[in-house]
Design a protein around this ligand. Sequence first.
Ligand code: 4GY
Length: 262
Amino acid sequence: MNFIVLTIFPQMFDAFWDHGIIKRAIDQHLITATALNIRDFASGKHRVTDDRPYGGGCGMVMKPEPLVGALRAAQKKLPGAKTVLLTPQGRVFNQSTAREFREYDGLVLVCGRYEGVDERVCQSVIDFEISTGDYILTGGELPAMVIIDAVTRLIPGALGAEDSAEKDSFSDGLLEHAQYTRPQEFEGQAVPSVLLSGNHQEIEKWRLESSLIRTFLKRRDLLEDKRLNNQEIDILSKWCSDIDKIIRAQSSRGTGSLPGAQ
Ligand code: 4GY
């Protein structure tokens, strides 16, 4: 995968390219990553990249010529790359979008600044408008990093040998199970004993239960959207009947507090 970012602040990416999984992916030639300065494609002594909006009003708009100049240069380096504009008006990015983008050979990520980009640029040279979420930032640089990060870790080999992106949260539509490391007891709280048992079948079952309950408690919307397999249905059914037993035990105490009870 090849990434080119178009930005007026290319130095923002220096630290990003230089750390962790992204750095290793670059070193291992799994990805290439460059930030091009849009200002280098601006003309005139002052290399201006913005101008006043037609129709008046406050703020500035990104001029089309430098941006399109930078885009043409990027497309020359990466023929066939898809162009992505980062904007709150775009389709909201999620793990499925990351999987979709992983299939492309190249991505050119366009970072808006000021009040936005001249509309004619969006219309003519942008393949996808993408938003990382419903909030307004000062520029598209952080969203560009978010997309590069999420896509890179899906590239085979990027996470290292035993780590698999397919085992993560969202790959099966569930949140990740609870995690523990040493010490065995921390501030009076013990690690669940099943994780110390060495029984891998029991551990896997516990982890699936943990994933299911966490998804139910924290992100019920994900569970409602998910196609459950038989084992998952069995686990949820068991909870239902356990809770049901607790509730029914109340009615025999004569509290009369059950809905529908006389
Ligand atoms: N949210 N998702 C976002 C953003 C900043 C003014 C257009 C977002 O992707 N980008 O907030 N971007 C704005 C700043 C110009 C981009």
